[in-house]
Write a protein that binds this ligand. Structure first.
Ligand SMILES: [Zn+2]
Length: 230
């Protein structure tokens, strides 16, 4: 799992969305949760998931080791620093038949958490996807040369914000499908019109959680990822 959604006093994405979805899928365990960065809209569901699946491992970039928000979250999850798999600049992880290449952009001093978001390239035969958390365009440009990011599916950076999805990054990934995760009628105006235009320019078919709810892909050993959301 890559990130697990928001939590507020009235809404817990882990409890309300992810656990029911996992039950529908018949999942009886979660091997690993990669948390892109410690913002509450990305790590909020972790507590509920750990309650349901206490053997799940959690991986986070080591540059967030002393992050005060994250330390508070760990306390809420009943975890200690030593329970987390802290990832360095680069890591390869095998899970099932998927290989995950993880790259953590060095977070410049004083830069917001977003720009330390984990970049993940997930590959299984013809199926491939890229995730970049809430990293901004300058971080995308810095990360571009570190890997061949070309992928079928792009999880569009920073909820489709205009501050991410640099045209050169979109060109490097050249996705067939692009998924924007953002709230219905959100206050931020995600996704930005310019982002949608840039996605159109690389001819990606765009899916949006604000309009379509859950976006699902099936895995096919010959075809790769096949969207099952119309
Ligand atoms: Zn976010």
């Amino acid at each position: 799992m890559i990130d697990d959604g928001p939590k507020s006093p009235t809404f817990d994405a882990g409890q309300r969305i992810i656990l029911p979805d996992l039950e529908k899928l018949g999942a009886d365990s979660v091997d690993l949760i990669l948390l892109s960065h410690p913002d509450r809209d990305h790590v909020g569901g972790t507590g509920a998931l750990l309650k349901a699946f206490p053997h799940t491992r959690i991986a986070i970039s080591q540059q967030f080791l002393t992050d005060p928000h994250l330390q508070a979250e760990l306390g809420e999850w009943g975890m200690h620093t030593g329970d987390i798999l802290w990832l360095g600049d680069s890591a390869q992880i095998r899970t099932g038949n998927f290989t995950l290449t993880v790259k953590d952009p060095p977070l410049p001093a004083g830069a917001p958490d977003n720009d330390g978001s984990m970049f993940i390239h997930l590959v299984n035969g013809p199926a491939s996807a890229v995730f970049s958390g809430d990293a901004d365009a300058s971080t995308e440009i810095r990360m571009e040369p570190t890997e061949n990011w070309s992928s079928e599916v792009l999880k569009v950076g920073h909820h489709g914000s205009r501050t991410a999805s640099d045209p050169s990054w979109l060109f490097a990934v050249h996705p067939t499908y692009a998924v924007v995760s953002c709230g219905r009628n959100n206050d931020y105006g995600h996704p930005a019109p310019v982002t949608l235009q840039n996605l159109e320019a690389v001819r990606a078919k765009v899916f949006r959680t604000d309009l379509q709810g859950d976006i699902e892909f099936d895995f096919d050993a010959k075809m790769g990822f096949v969207p099952s959301t119309p």
